[in-house]
Design a protein. Structure first.
Ligand SMILES: [Zn+2]
Length: 615
């Protein structure tokens, strides 16, 4: 990474890093909870159900105890956004509102060709909509749908005129190859291989990935021609996968932290209507029902989700299905909004206004309420038999609640509503609870439930030698005295990586005035960063005594002796095969000497232990 310092100055890199809090940056991607002095959450790099991802605000590090990824804020963005180091600095600078140095700005971020093509197409369509004569038809339609300029710009909406090769010609002029154009999904291909614009006479809604780059489009029909489908979506391509894209996700997650929740809609038009009413945390799945991948994307941002699907029957069924998916993934706090008269958000806002709509979102009901409401509609409560069935199903649902206070509340309400005695219902409830517990035990035994095991980074077992080296490296970094001692005694780390880190640290502190571990990370090779971070995240006592230093060095000596003994054993085995008696004798003597040495070292360690116990 040192060679990159030439492009962006080290001062700038430090300035940007020091002006953000890593917790704020990571919170844009991960829902973090404070635990002790750290923040913890679900790792964005491997799929997991219990948090092993930890962010330390004091050291400005993150570290995952599951997949062992770790580093400072730049490393996080590099891994998460899959960008280079300078790009990562640029992103963090943007977050910190610090303009990039002039000479760097001239180098635009390089997207892959298909993504760049989608960016170009989105810009092209929007320019047509906002500034051209041919786009007026689209603009009139947008105005009819009450999409003002601010909305058009925020959602990057454009217009594809009724031409067969407008986009095609434009993109060819930009230098895209026929092959790239053919695989982009932006065109349809005839049997003889010719390409035509897929979207014609349509209002164009770009679908962006998690970083806000358009990867697909949805085109809304403008004409009244019922033979044309109302919406056409891009087919799946190498950059667009329906099941892991959420409309408006990159924008909504920026607001999710402040608002405390995301609002899930059925379609992208709902997201736009909600945005118009001041709800900026809206997202929607794209031309599919909600998928598990999307649920996990959402969970990385927040556990608080409000579901606002259409109030008609398909909408309610879709909402029920979504609730099931969220419950399966676990630990969500869900709210459901059912708008009256089977209205969708757009219709509701038109009829009742933005404020009323916001109130509806704030007043979202719990999933239990939602279930009970649905249940009540299923049965004729004037018929006694049906009432019994209703109560039995309701009590079963209430039994799935974890919180006994909640259970009491719902049972009480049920008793009041139906006139059935509270005692009878409570008896039913405890029976249902016993059954539910059995089910819970059964399902938790049948784990792992939803996701395939995460690819875990190559991981070396933490050996005694590794622990000793970590401790010594920690001492080397934090204590001038310890470093002096190790240097004076000519200590060399057995592992070349640790030795290299020690040398780099010496070099770093000699050449830098403001020394920080987080700054150090930017100047060492990537593969060494996680050693530093895992060393630093270990809960080890900060103070290092001379005795401990000596003891740790001894541990390493012992490990080294063990290694050497192993090598001589191997040599003996070889010599036996050759029947080389002299070599056997020589190796045996060497082993005996090493064993003697080992014994002395071990005695020294145990003497030290005794001495420290007696103190
Ligand atoms: Zn991880």
């Amino acid at each position: 990474m040192i060679e990159l310092a030439g492009r962006i100055s080290e001062d700038f890199i430090n300035e940007v890093r020091d002006s953000v809090n890593i917790v704020d940056v990571i919170s844009q991607y991960v829902s973090l909870e404070k635990r002790g002095k750290d923040y913890v959450g679900l790792c964005p790099f491997h799929q997991e159900k219990t948090p092993s991802f930890s962010v330390n605000p004091e050291k400005q590090f993150f570290y995952c105890f599951g997949c062992h990824r770790g580093g400072n804020v730049y490393k996080f963005i590099m891994e998460k956004e899959e960008v280079t180091f300078p790009e990562s600095v640029e992103r963090v600078a943007e977050f910190a509102n610090i303009p990039m140095p002039q000479e760097y700005q001239e180098q635009p971020v390089k997207l892959n060709p298909l993504m760049q093509m989608h960016q170009d197409a989105a810009d092209f369509y929007q320019q047509i909509l906002l500034t051209t004569k041919i786009g007026e038809r689209g603009l009139n339609y947008a105005r009819q749908r009450e999409l003002d300029d601010e909305l058009l710009k925020h959602f990057k909406i454009g217009y594809a005129p009724d031409r067969r090769d407008l986009l095609l010609t434009y993109l060819k002029e930009q230098g895209y190859t026929d092959e790239q154009l053919a695989e982009s999904g932006l065109f349809v291909q005839t049997q003889d291989g010719r390409l035509f614009d897929r979207f014609r006479d349509r209002l164009m809604f770009p679908m962006s990935d998690e970083t806000g780059h358009p990867v697909a489009f949805s085109g809304r029909r403008i004409s009244d021609n019922p033979d044309e489908p109302k919406y056409i979506n891009s087919p799946e391509t190498s950059i667009f996968n329906k099941s892991d894209l959420l409309f408006h996700f990159s924008e909504a997650k920026k607001h999710a932290r402040k608002e405390g929740h995301l609002v899930l809609f059925e379609g992208h038009m709902d997201v736009i209507s909600a945005y118009k009413s001041g709800i900026k945390t809206g997202i929607a799945s794209m031309g599919t029902s909600l998928t598990q991948q999307q649920v996990y994307m959402i969970r990385r941002i927040t556990r608080q989700v409000v579901i606002n699907y259409d109030g008609d029957d398909p909408g309610i069924h879709a909402a029920e299905r979504a609730v099931g998916l969220f419950k399966q993934a676990g630990s969500f706090d869900l709210g459901i909004v059912i708008l009256p008269d089977k209205l969708d958000p757009d219709e509701y806002v038109k009829q009742y206004g933005a404020e009323s709509y916001q109130a509806a979102i704030t007043g979202a009901i719990s999933t239990t309420d939602f279930f009970l409401l649905r249940l009540k509609k299923k049965y004729n409560l004037n018929n006694e038999r049906e009432q019994v069935a209703y109560l039995s199903e309701a009590v079963q649902e209430i039994a799935t609640l974890q919180n006994p206070v909640e259970q009491d509340l719902y049972v009480g309400r049920l008793a009041k509503e139906t006139g059935v005695s509270l005692d009878a219902l409570k008896m039913n409830l405890s029976r249902a609870r016993r059954r539910q517990r059995r089910i819970d035990e059964h399902t938790s035994a049948a784990e792992p439930a939803v996701l395939p095991p995460a690819p875990v980074q190559e991981q070396q077992p933490v050996t005694r030698a590794t622990r000793a080296q970590q401790r010594l490296l920690y001492a080397y970094i934090y204590s001038d005295e310890a470093r002096e001692y190790l240097l004076l005694n000519g200590f060399v780390f057995p592992s070349p990586q640790y030795e290299r880190l020690a040398k780099l640290w010496l070099n770093y502190i000699e050449t830098h005035e403001n020394v920080s571990l987080s700054g150090f990370l930017d100047f060492i090779p990537e593969e060494l960063q996680s050693i530093i971070v895992s060393t630093d995240m270990m809960e080890i006592p900060g103070e290092i005594t001379l005795e401990e230093l000596e003891a740790q060095v001894r541990v390493l000596n012992l490990c080294k002796i063990d290694d050497e003994i192993g090598q001589h054993m191997q040599a003996i085995a070889d010599a036996r095969r050759r029947n080389d008696q002299t070599a056997i004798l020589r190796e045996t003597q060497a082993i005996l000497q090493l064993r003697q040495l080992k014994l002395q070292e071990e005695e020294a360690v145990s003497d030290r232990k005794k001495a420290s116990h007696e103190q």
